[in-house]
Design a protein around this ligand. Structure first.
Ligand code: P1T
Length: 393
Protein backbone atom coordinates (compact mmCIF):
# COMPACT_ATOMS: atom_id res chain seq x y z
CA UNK A 1 0.00 0.00 0.00
CA UNK A 2 1.11 3.56 -0.69
CA UNK A 3 1.24 5.64 2.50
CA UNK A 4 2.50 8.83 0.86
CA UNK A 5 -0.65 10.78 1.72
CA UNK A 6 -0.72 9.62 5.33
CA UNK A 7 0.50 11.72 8.25
CA UNK A 8 3.96 11.25 9.75
CA UNK A 9 2.84 9.13 12.72
CA UNK A 10 0.93 6.77 10.41
CA UNK A 11 3.82 6.41 7.97
CA UNK A 12 6.18 5.55 10.85
CA UNK A 13 4.01 2.58 11.71
CA UNK A 14 2.80 1.46 8.28
CA UNK A 15 5.07 2.61 5.43
CA UNK A 16 7.01 -0.38 4.09
CA UNK A 17 5.35 -2.53 6.76
CA UNK A 18 2.27 -4.12 5.18
CA UNK A 19 1.37 -7.48 6.79
CA UNK A 20 3.54 -10.20 5.33
CA UNK A 21 1.93 -11.75 2.23
CA UNK A 22 2.41 -15.43 3.02
CA UNK A 23 1.53 -15.65 6.72
CA UNK A 24 -0.17 -12.36 7.53
CA UNK A 25 2.45 -11.56 10.18
CA UNK A 26 1.60 -8.03 11.30
CA UNK A 27 5.19 -7.21 12.20
CA UNK A 28 7.79 -7.40 9.42
CA UNK A 29 9.68 -10.67 10.05
CA UNK A 30 13.44 -10.82 10.55
CA UNK A 31 14.57 -12.48 7.33
CA UNK A 32 17.78 -13.77 8.87
CA UNK A 33 19.23 -15.23 5.70
CA UNK A 34 22.23 -14.37 3.56
CA UNK A 35 20.82 -15.79 0.33
CA UNK A 36 17.58 -16.73 -1.47
CA UNK A 37 16.73 -19.85 -3.48
CA UNK A 38 16.31 -19.35 -7.23
CA UNK A 39 13.80 -21.52 -9.16
CA UNK A 40 16.09 -21.38 -12.21
CA UNK A 41 19.52 -19.75 -12.81
CA UNK A 42 19.15 -15.97 -12.88
CA UNK A 43 15.46 -16.13 -11.93
CA UNK A 44 14.57 -15.06 -8.41
CA UNK A 45 11.57 -14.15 -6.31
CA UNK A 46 12.66 -10.57 -5.66
CA UNK A 47 15.83 -11.12 -3.67
CA UNK A 48 19.13 -12.80 -4.55
CA UNK A 49 21.61 -12.05 -1.80
CA UNK A 50 21.25 -9.99 1.38
CA UNK A 51 24.03 -7.49 0.66
CA UNK A 52 22.06 -6.51 -2.45
CA UNK A 53 18.63 -6.59 -0.80
CA UNK A 54 16.83 -8.19 2.13
CA UNK A 55 13.09 -7.89 2.90
CA UNK A 56 13.63 -6.65 6.49
CA UNK A 57 16.09 -3.98 5.31
CA UNK A 58 13.75 -3.06 2.46
CA UNK A 59 10.95 -2.40 4.95
CA UNK A 60 13.19 -0.05 6.95
CA UNK A 61 14.43 1.68 3.81
CA UNK A 62 10.90 2.23 2.52
CA UNK A 63 9.72 3.53 5.89
CA UNK A 64 12.60 6.03 6.14
CA UNK A 65 12.04 7.15 2.54
CA UNK A 66 8.39 7.86 3.39
CA UNK A 67 9.31 9.75 6.58
CA UNK A 68 11.84 11.97 4.80
CA UNK A 69 9.56 12.49 1.79
CA UNK A 70 12.12 10.87 -0.53
CA UNK A 71 11.80 8.38 -3.37
CA UNK A 72 14.35 5.91 -2.00
CA UNK A 73 16.07 5.09 1.28
CA UNK A 74 19.34 3.21 1.54
CA UNK A 75 20.43 1.77 4.87
CA UNK A 76 23.94 1.13 6.12
CA UNK A 77 25.68 -0.54 9.02
CA UNK A 78 26.45 2.83 10.67
CA UNK A 79 25.93 6.54 10.14
CA UNK A 80 29.54 6.83 9.02
CA UNK A 81 29.00 4.03 6.47
CA UNK A 82 26.10 6.09 5.05
CA UNK A 83 28.38 9.14 4.90
CA UNK A 84 31.02 7.02 3.19
CA UNK A 85 28.53 5.87 0.54
CA UNK A 86 27.55 9.48 -0.26
CA UNK A 87 31.18 10.61 -0.54
CA UNK A 88 31.89 7.57 -2.73
CA UNK A 89 29.77 9.26 -5.42
CA UNK A 90 32.66 11.71 -5.91
CA UNK A 91 35.93 11.29 -7.80
CA UNK A 92 39.52 12.35 -7.11
CA UNK A 93 39.88 16.09 -7.69
CA UNK A 94 36.34 16.90 -6.55
CA UNK A 95 35.87 19.54 -3.87
CA UNK A 96 33.48 19.44 -0.90
CA UNK A 97 32.22 22.35 1.20
CA UNK A 98 31.23 21.47 4.76
CA UNK A 99 30.31 23.10 8.04
CA UNK A 100 33.12 24.04 10.40
CA UNK A 101 31.20 22.27 13.18
CA UNK A 102 30.09 18.66 12.73
CA UNK A 103 30.34 15.25 14.35
CA UNK A 104 34.05 14.54 14.98
CA UNK A 105 33.88 11.16 13.24
CA UNK A 106 32.53 12.75 10.05
CA UNK A 107 35.38 15.24 10.06
CA UNK A 108 37.86 12.39 10.67
CA UNK A 109 36.50 10.46 7.67
CA UNK A 110 36.75 13.53 5.43
CA UNK A 111 40.19 14.54 6.67
CA UNK A 112 41.91 11.19 7.21
CA UNK A 113 40.27 8.95 4.59
CA UNK A 114 38.82 10.93 1.71
CA UNK A 115 41.63 13.46 1.44
CA UNK A 116 44.04 10.57 0.78
CA UNK A 117 41.76 9.56 -2.07
CA UNK A 118 42.09 12.96 -3.72
CA UNK A 119 39.00 14.81 -2.49
CA UNK A 120 39.54 18.34 -1.18
CA UNK A 121 37.53 20.05 1.57
CA UNK A 122 36.76 23.60 2.63
CA UNK A 123 35.11 24.27 5.99
CA UNK A 124 33.17 27.38 6.87
CA UNK A 125 30.58 28.78 9.23
CA UNK A 126 27.64 28.38 6.87
CA UNK A 127 25.25 30.05 9.32
CA UNK A 128 26.04 32.88 6.91
CA UNK A 129 24.98 31.46 3.49
CA UNK A 130 27.31 34.00 1.84
CA UNK A 131 30.25 31.89 3.08
CA UNK A 132 29.27 29.33 0.42
CA UNK A 133 29.91 31.92 -2.33
CA UNK A 134 33.39 32.53 -0.95
CA UNK A 135 34.25 28.81 -0.85
CA UNK A 136 32.69 27.45 -4.05
CA UNK A 137 35.04 26.55 -6.94
CA UNK A 138 34.46 24.96 -10.36
CA UNK A 139 35.54 21.64 -8.73
CA UNK A 140 32.89 21.80 -5.97
CA UNK A 141 30.57 18.79 -6.26
CA UNK A 142 29.06 18.39 -2.78
CA UNK A 143 27.81 20.65 0.01
CA UNK A 144 27.73 18.70 3.30
CA UNK A 145 25.55 20.23 5.99
CA UNK A 146 24.69 19.29 9.53
CA UNK A 147 21.86 21.23 11.21
CA UNK A 148 21.67 21.51 14.17
CA UNK A 149 25.40 20.82 14.30
CA UNK A 150 27.09 18.49 16.72
CA UNK A 151 27.92 19.82 19.32
CA UNK A 152 27.48 23.61 18.94
CA UNK A 153 23.87 23.38 17.67
CA UNK A 154 24.48 25.86 14.87
CA UNK A 155 21.71 25.97 12.27
CA UNK A 156 22.10 26.45 8.55
CA UNK A 157 19.42 27.65 6.19
CA UNK A 158 18.85 24.51 4.10
CA UNK A 159 16.58 26.24 1.56
CA UNK A 160 18.92 29.21 0.96
CA UNK A 161 22.04 27.03 0.71
CA UNK A 162 20.37 24.42 -1.52
CA UNK A 163 19.36 27.17 -3.96
CA UNK A 164 22.93 28.53 -4.02
CA UNK A 165 24.47 25.06 -4.41
CA UNK A 166 22.12 24.01 -7.19
CA UNK A 167 22.95 27.19 -9.14
CA UNK A 168 26.51 25.78 -9.28
CA UNK A 169 25.42 22.19 -10.00
CA UNK A 170 26.51 21.14 -6.48
CA UNK A 171 24.73 18.27 -4.68
CA UNK A 172 23.43 19.00 -1.17
CA UNK A 173 23.54 16.40 1.61
CA UNK A 174 22.12 17.20 5.06
CA UNK A 175 22.98 15.11 8.10
CA UNK A 176 19.54 15.21 9.74
CA UNK A 177 20.50 13.06 12.74
CA UNK A 178 19.90 15.71 15.44
CA UNK A 179 16.58 16.97 14.10
CA UNK A 180 15.11 13.74 12.66
CA UNK A 181 12.50 13.89 9.87
CA UNK A 182 9.86 14.59 12.51
CA UNK A 183 11.36 18.02 13.25
CA UNK A 184 12.95 18.90 9.92
CA UNK A 185 12.56 17.76 6.31
CA UNK A 186 15.71 18.59 4.32
CA UNK A 187 14.42 17.17 1.02
CA UNK A 188 11.30 19.37 1.10
CA UNK A 189 13.60 22.34 1.76
CA UNK A 190 15.60 21.57 -1.40
CA UNK A 191 18.40 19.23 -0.31
CA UNK A 192 19.20 16.18 -2.45
CA UNK A 193 20.16 13.70 0.27
CA UNK A 194 19.15 13.36 3.94
CA UNK A 195 21.69 11.36 5.92
CA UNK A 196 21.20 9.76 9.33
CA UNK A 197 22.95 7.97 12.05
CA UNK A 198 19.92 5.76 12.78
CA UNK A 199 21.84 4.75 15.92
CA UNK A 200 20.35 7.91 17.43
CA UNK A 201 16.70 9.08 17.50
CA UNK A 202 15.47 6.92 14.61
CA UNK A 203 16.41 3.68 16.39
CA UNK A 204 15.85 5.53 19.65
CA UNK A 205 16.79 2.83 22.16
CA UNK A 206 20.61 2.78 22.09
CA UNK A 207 20.58 -0.89 21.14
CA UNK A 208 21.89 -0.85 17.58
CA UNK A 209 24.24 1.06 15.26
CA UNK A 210 23.04 2.03 11.78
CA UNK A 211 22.84 4.69 9.10
CA UNK A 212 20.72 5.82 6.19
CA UNK A 213 20.75 8.03 3.13
CA UNK A 214 17.41 9.11 1.64
CA UNK A 215 17.15 10.80 -1.75
CA UNK A 216 14.70 12.97 -3.65
CA UNK A 217 15.69 11.73 -7.08
CA UNK A 218 15.53 8.17 -8.47
CA UNK A 219 18.74 8.50 -10.50
CA UNK A 220 20.71 9.58 -7.43
CA UNK A 221 19.06 6.72 -5.53
CA UNK A 222 20.29 4.25 -8.13
CA UNK A 223 23.85 5.63 -7.86
CA UNK A 224 23.90 5.27 -4.05
CA UNK A 225 22.27 1.82 -4.30
CA UNK A 226 25.09 0.83 -6.64
CA UNK A 227 27.67 1.94 -4.04
CA UNK A 228 25.68 0.19 -1.28
CA UNK A 229 25.91 -3.10 -3.16
CA UNK A 230 29.42 -2.58 -4.55
CA UNK A 231 31.04 -1.51 -1.26
CA UNK A 232 28.87 -3.42 1.21
CA UNK A 233 28.51 -1.78 4.61
CA UNK A 234 24.87 -2.85 4.85
CA UNK A 235 22.99 -3.55 8.09
CA UNK A 236 21.98 -7.09 8.97
CA UNK A 237 18.32 -8.15 9.16
CA UNK A 238 18.18 -8.06 12.96
CA UNK A 239 19.67 -4.55 13.20
CA UNK A 240 17.25 -3.41 10.47
CA UNK A 241 14.37 -4.91 12.45
CA UNK A 242 15.42 -3.25 15.73
CA UNK A 243 15.67 0.09 13.96
CA UNK A 244 12.26 -0.41 12.36
CA UNK A 245 10.79 -1.29 15.74
CA UNK A 246 12.25 1.92 17.15
CA UNK A 247 11.12 4.22 14.36
CA UNK A 248 7.44 3.41 14.92
CA UNK A 249 7.42 5.66 18.02
CA UNK A 250 9.64 8.43 16.62
CA UNK A 251 6.94 11.12 16.68
CA UNK A 252 5.85 10.56 20.28
CA UNK A 253 9.42 10.17 21.50
CA UNK A 254 10.55 13.39 19.78
CA UNK A 255 7.76 15.43 21.33
CA UNK A 256 8.73 14.25 24.81
CA UNK A 257 12.46 14.72 24.10
CA UNK A 258 11.71 18.32 23.04
CA UNK A 259 9.41 19.01 25.99
CA UNK A 260 11.94 17.70 28.51
CA UNK A 261 14.88 19.45 26.80
CA UNK A 262 13.09 22.81 26.78
CA UNK A 263 12.26 22.53 30.49
CA UNK A 264 15.86 21.55 31.35
CA UNK A 265 17.31 24.30 29.13
CA UNK A 266 15.11 26.96 30.77
CA UNK A 267 16.14 25.73 34.21
CA UNK A 268 19.86 25.60 33.32
CA UNK A 269 19.68 29.15 31.95
CA UNK A 270 18.83 30.33 35.48
CA UNK A 271 21.61 28.33 37.13
CA UNK A 272 24.42 30.55 38.48
CA UNK A 273 27.14 27.98 37.60
CA UNK A 274 26.07 27.65 33.97
CA UNK A 275 27.60 30.36 31.80
CA UNK A 276 25.75 29.59 28.58
CA UNK A 277 22.93 27.32 27.43
CA UNK A 278 22.58 26.62 23.71
CA UNK A 279 19.21 25.16 22.72
CA UNK A 280 17.26 25.95 19.53
CA UNK A 281 13.94 26.22 21.42
CA UNK A 282 15.11 29.06 23.71
CA UNK A 283 14.33 32.76 23.19
CA UNK A 284 18.03 33.42 23.77
CA UNK A 285 18.99 31.14 20.84
CA UNK A 286 20.91 33.24 18.30
CA UNK A 287 19.10 31.74 15.29
CA UNK A 288 15.61 31.40 16.75
CA UNK A 289 13.92 32.82 13.61
CA UNK A 290 15.60 30.21 11.41
CA UNK A 291 14.73 27.49 13.95
CA UNK A 292 11.07 28.57 13.82
CA UNK A 293 11.08 28.56 10.02
CA UNK A 294 12.94 25.31 9.46
CA UNK A 295 11.98 23.09 12.38
CA UNK A 296 8.56 21.88 13.52
CA UNK A 297 6.35 24.06 15.69
CA UNK A 298 3.89 22.77 18.26
CA UNK A 299 1.42 25.20 19.91
CA UNK A 300 3.54 28.17 18.85
CA UNK A 301 6.74 26.69 20.32
CA UNK A 302 9.68 25.60 18.16
CA UNK A 303 10.50 21.96 18.79
CA UNK A 304 14.24 22.38 19.24
CA UNK A 305 15.19 18.71 19.58
CA UNK A 306 16.56 16.76 22.52
CA UNK A 307 20.14 18.07 22.51
CA UNK A 308 21.42 20.85 24.78
CA UNK A 309 24.95 22.21 24.89
CA UNK A 310 26.09 24.03 28.03
CA UNK A 311 29.21 25.89 29.05
CA UNK A 312 29.92 25.69 32.76
CA UNK A 313 31.25 28.69 34.65
CA UNK A 314 34.41 26.82 35.54
CA UNK A 315 37.37 24.73 34.39
CA UNK A 316 37.93 21.19 33.14
CA UNK A 317 38.04 19.94 36.75
CA UNK A 318 34.50 21.23 37.38
CA UNK A 319 33.25 19.55 34.22
CA UNK A 320 34.93 16.28 35.25
CA UNK A 321 33.25 16.23 38.66
CA UNK A 322 29.90 17.25 37.18
CA UNK A 323 30.06 14.47 34.56
CA UNK A 324 31.24 11.85 37.05
CA UNK A 325 28.47 12.66 39.55
CA UNK A 326 25.35 12.43 37.37
CA UNK A 327 23.26 9.28 37.77
CA UNK A 328 19.97 9.75 35.85
CA UNK A 329 22.12 11.01 32.98
CA UNK A 330 24.69 8.41 31.90
CA UNK A 331 28.17 9.58 30.96
CA UNK A 332 28.54 8.07 27.49
CA UNK A 333 29.09 8.89 23.84
CA UNK A 334 26.06 8.82 21.54
CA UNK A 335 22.65 10.45 21.86
CA UNK A 336 19.04 10.14 20.87
CA UNK A 337 18.02 7.16 23.01
CA UNK A 338 15.14 7.12 25.48
CA UNK A 339 17.68 7.36 28.32
CA UNK A 340 19.48 10.62 29.03
CA UNK A 341 23.17 10.75 28.15
CA UNK A 342 25.80 13.38 28.83
CA UNK A 343 29.34 13.76 27.54
CA UNK A 344 32.40 15.96 27.15
CA UNK A 345 32.97 16.61 23.41
CA UNK A 346 36.58 17.82 23.75
CA UNK A 347 37.66 14.55 25.41
CA UNK A 348 35.09 12.19 23.91
CA UNK A 349 33.12 12.62 20.65
CA UNK A 350 35.20 15.42 19.11
CA UNK A 351 38.71 14.40 20.21
CA UNK A 352 39.57 13.70 16.55
CA UNK A 353 39.26 17.43 15.75
CA UNK A 354 42.62 19.23 16.28
CA UNK A 355 42.61 21.28 19.55
CA UNK A 356 43.11 24.66 17.85
CA UNK A 357 40.20 23.96 15.50
CA UNK A 358 38.04 22.85 18.44
CA UNK A 359 38.83 26.06 20.29
CA UNK A 360 38.05 28.15 17.20
CA UNK A 361 34.52 26.75 17.01
CA UNK A 362 33.98 27.03 20.77
CA UNK A 363 34.37 23.43 22.01
CA UNK A 364 36.04 24.40 25.28
CA UNK A 365 37.00 22.24 28.26
CA UNK A 366 33.98 23.46 30.21
CA UNK A 367 31.52 22.54 27.45
CA UNK A 368 29.21 19.57 28.04
CA UNK A 369 26.62 18.04 25.72
CA UNK A 370 23.32 16.65 27.02
CA UNK A 371 21.05 14.23 25.20
CA UNK A 372 17.84 14.67 27.15
CA UNK A 373 15.87 11.44 27.34
CA UNK A 374 12.23 10.75 28.09
CA UNK A 375 12.52 10.00 31.82
CA UNK A 376 10.47 12.23 34.13
CA UNK A 377 11.87 15.72 33.81
CA UNK A 378 11.93 16.34 37.59
CA UNK A 379 14.33 13.41 38.09
CA UNK A 380 16.59 14.74 35.35
CA UNK A 381 16.60 18.23 36.82
CA UNK A 382 17.31 16.96 40.34
CA UNK A 383 20.20 14.90 39.00
CA UNK A 384 21.79 17.88 37.23
CA UNK A 385 21.25 20.06 40.29
CA UNK A 386 22.99 17.52 42.50
CA UNK A 387 25.92 17.12 40.08
CA UNK A 388 26.37 20.89 39.72
CA UNK A 389 26.40 21.23 43.51
CA UNK A 390 29.10 18.53 43.71
CA UNK A 391 31.15 20.15 40.94
CA UNK A 392 31.14 23.60 42.54
CA UNK A 393 31.22 22.54 46.22
O1 P1T B 1 28.00 6.41 15.01
P1 P1T B 1 27.41 6.31 13.62
O2 P1T B 1 26.12 5.58 13.55
O3 P1T B 1 28.42 5.85 12.61
O4 P1T B 1 27.01 7.81 13.21
C1 P1T B 1 27.92 8.82 13.00
C2 P1T B 1 27.27 10.16 13.21
C3 P1T B 1 26.86 10.87 12.10
N1 P1T B 1 26.27 12.08 12.22
C4 P1T B 1 26.04 12.63 13.43
C5 P1T B 1 25.41 13.98 13.52
C6 P1T B 1 26.43 11.95 14.59
O5 P1T B 1 26.19 12.53 15.77
C7 P1T B 1 27.07 10.69 14.49
C8 P1T B 1 27.51 9.91 15.67
N2 P1T B 1 27.65 10.68 16.83
C9 P1T B 1 28.04 10.22 18.06
C10 P1T B 1 28.39 8.94 18.30
C11 P1T B 1 28.08 11.24 19.13
O6 P1T B 1 28.12 10.89 20.33
O7 P1T B 1 28.06 12.43 18.78
Amino acid sequence: MNWNDAKFETKAIHAGQDPEAKTGAVVVPIFQTSTFAQPAPGEHLGHEYSRTSNPTRDALQDCLAALEGGVQGLCFSSGLAATHAVLALLSAGDHVIAMDDMYGGTFRQFDKVWRRHGLTFSYGDLRDPGVFDALVTPQTKLLWLETPTNPMLKLVDIAALSAKAHAHGVLVAVDNTFATPYLQQPLALGADIAVHSTTKYIGGHSDTVGGAAIVRDADLGARIAFVQNANGGTPGPFDSWLTLRGVKTLAVRMERHCQNALAIALWLEQHPRVKQVIYPGLHSFAQKELAARQMRQLNGQTLGGGMITIILDGELAHARTFLSTVRAFTLAESLGGVESLIEHPAIMTHASIPPEQRRAIGISDSLCRLSVGIEHVSDLQADLDNALKAAFA
